[in-house]
Unconditional design. Sequence first.
Length: 687
Amino acid sequence: MDAECLAYATNRGQPTQPLRSSTEVSVISDQPAPTSSSDPSDEPFAPLQAVGSDAATTLERPPRIAPRPKWDNRATGLWRLHPYIRPFLPRFVFSFVMALSGIGLTLAIPLLTQAVIDGPVANSDQRGLWILGAAAICLGITEAVVQWGRRWVINIGTVGVETLIRKDLYAKLQRLPMAFHGRWESGQLLSRIMNDLNRIRRFVGFGLTFLVVSTLQIVVVTILLMQMFWPLGLVVLVSSVPIVVMVLINQKHYTRLSRQIQDQTGDVATTVEESVQGLRVIKAFGRAAHLFTKFDARSLKLYDTSMERVWLSARFWTFLEVIPTLTMIIVLGLGAWAVGLGSITIGTLVAFMTLMLSLIWPISSLGFQLAMAQEAMTAADRVGEVLDIENTITDGSTEVDIEKVRGQLTFSDVRFRFDDADTDLLHGVNLDIAPGETIAVVGGTGAGKTLLTALVPRLQDVTGGAITIDGVDIRDLRLSQLRSIVATAFEEPTLFSMSARENLTLGRPGATEEEIAEAIEVAQAQFVHDLPWGLDTRIGEQGMSLSGGQRQRLALARAVLTKPKILVLDDTLSALDIHTEELVERALKRVLVGVTGIVVAHRASTVLLADRVAMLIGGRIAHVGTHAELLDTVPEYRELLSAEFNAEAEMAADGQPPGDDPGPDDAPMSDDGPMGDDDFASAGGAR
């Protein structure tokens, strides 16, 4: 999941004001972020404040979640979230006290009613009636104020808890390696960071408090009823037994269904996200019906499971309604008989019935609160699954002066294999790149070129051997410093739903206008000046309002702008036509002077950017030398370049220029040709 995917919302097709400056984007730069003098978790309002300069500290700090205890049950996941509640504990305590006070006021009103009926009403005492009536009004007003205060205080606390967990979960997703994101569907992660946290918030803010308060109210009222007239109290007590039995029976089934619904919700979210991101491919291949069938199947599966849970809840709620109603009928009949015998007064019977009616909501809501508890437990388990994942790429402790880094890059017996693989994909790679030298990495499909370049910024970690920069193992360096030293431009560029300027300065927020202009010139990305609002134009989610070549050039300019000591170009010119590629290569030759470069190349023209060429065959570097040396001595090298040349020649013969960019590189394309301002806005670009 990309770093800004959850931080920026797309405003497709709507002209807006320019976005915030790139200095407000939360990214790790080569400048250390200022640290707070105290732990934000100890400040009640810390999660409600802007992250700002504390972003780096937040990303590096481990999650606040408590370790898994020795005891383990359904509530373990929720219990482990208590560190997030601690900063807001006074608010939760205050809310709990207010809830108890509200119950006390609720129970006082029936007793006051009994006193009114058996006192002033029975004795025709007008003065006493006015006094007790005024007291009843005061109790009602006080109860309303208490309920308002409780809701206000608890809502601040619960939203704060949700925000703290969400920040830690998002930071965890940023720290986890690419291998994790390759295994997990983005919809499942999105479901956890939004839907599951919402369920936890609702339970912590409402369900937990009233689960305790309702249980306490049932116990207290039952004791009062037993004291008022024990035969009727016994009837009420006996009626609670089948409710408890029903709760225990439904708990297991409800938990299972809740987990299935939450997982299936993530599946539906994944399908929607894939369809939106791949809309161009879906339309191009006419596969909308096929994708809709897949979406419909997952939606129906979610619907069926939801209906099963609704049916289970409906039976439970019906049972909870029937038992109190039958109990009330029995109590009313027996109570009237007791009044006739003189065993109790009318006031006592009215108070008894009023108190018993006050049990209907706690008993009825008990099922709802227990359902909320089960959903929150499942949600906490799902959130904990992500927070508990061990990060295999850990931060080093060595700090270096970036300005003094020379850029000598050495691969020493480097090996790599994926966790679930049985064999190495890279075998004993040895390569020494001098400071300021550019190496072209070539090889057939599946040789390991992209994988080799991914090891340099530690997007993947070596499983054997070592990679060093100026003699320092990259695993010992701080990740923020390593990724300031190394800049990478990928074959498939990722752009974010922000302005072109913010995309350019993502790795270097403090870049000057002159430096931005220079990077644009190197990447031949001058098209940004022709966009409706120039550099301040919002380019849409994933840069879909731009052509493939434009996205690739913008990503290349972003990498160049960081002024790295080591520049990695992973076939970043593949979507460019020959003319544009030639212009970019001329500019890159100037940029690569004094910069250590690794260029994954398929075309001979790109290979000529390099001082030497390393040829990968089967995960090993089989040959290293200059372009001329390999042409003379390595038949496999000649065959590889010949195959690439023949492929380009065939494309040219078919009328398609080399590169996979389907339209002119100078402007985004609409169905009728190059886009104007109106076309650009409708395609997703906005200021």
